[in-house]
Write a protein that binds this ligand. Structure first.
Ligand code: ATP
Ligand code: MG
Length: 172
């Protein structure tokens, strides 16, 4: 994984908030987000325990059309889900839980059987740890409200995230 070269960024987007009243909304948003993803993308999911990071990753997995159940990788730090062409899958999903990782070196040391250049990488608990993997990334901060609804704050860093968030209908 050390061959993943960060690309030059073009500034960051203003934070935009997406309301996610139910877990179905969170998964559906993940599915829609998947439609604007491409090989080499890095998504950093943040937010407290039970915020919905894995639920969002499950929606992304469904949208990407990958194989295998996406679960909270409590015992496994990272999992690669291969695309299933029969359901329109085109890109592998690398799902990482960085909770017990201290930084990028350990992510690079994960012996994954895919290159991050060729996959979409979604890292839970990655904020402040893995940004250097790529100058271009999307930060998704999930917030858990008192009434148990959720909201996601999105910040695109570099690349064409501004354009892609607009295409998603959440651009500022
Ligand atoms: N709007 C919502 N979005 C997402 N999850 C929700 C929502 N409302 C309720 N939930 C529930 O909250 C839980 C979210 O769990 P999930 O594993 O996705 O969180 P997580 O952020 O990955 O937690 P962890 O930090 O343990 O990895 C699920 O049980 C889900 O059903
Ligand atoms: Mg999780």
């Amino acid at each position: 994984m050390t061959d993943w070269v960060g690309r030059q960024g073009e500034g960051s987007t203003e934070p935009v908030t997406v309301e996610l009243p139910t877990v179905a909304d969170t998964k559906d948003f993940g599915r829609r987000l998947a439609a604007v993803l491409r090989a080499g993308d890095l998504l950093i999911l943040d937010g407290p325990l039970g915020a919905g990071k894995t639920a969002l990753a499950q929606g992304i997995a469904a949208g990407l059309g990958v194989r295998g159940a996406v679960t909270s990788p409590t015992f496994v730090i990272a999992r690669v889900h291969q695309p299933d062409p029969q359901i329109g899958g085109r890109l592998p999903l690398v799902h990482v839980d960085a909770y017990r990782l201290s930084g990028i070196a350990e992510v690079n040391d994960l012996d994954l059987d895919t290159s991050l250049e060729d996959a979409v990488t979604v890292i839970e608990w990655g904020e402040g740890k893995v940004e250097q993997l790529s100058d271009v990334h999307l930060i998704v901060r999930l917030r858990r409200r008192d009434d148990e609804t959720r909201a996601a704050e999105l910040v695109g860093i570099g690349g064409d995230w501004r354009h892609r968030l607009e295409r998603l209908g959440v651009g500022s």
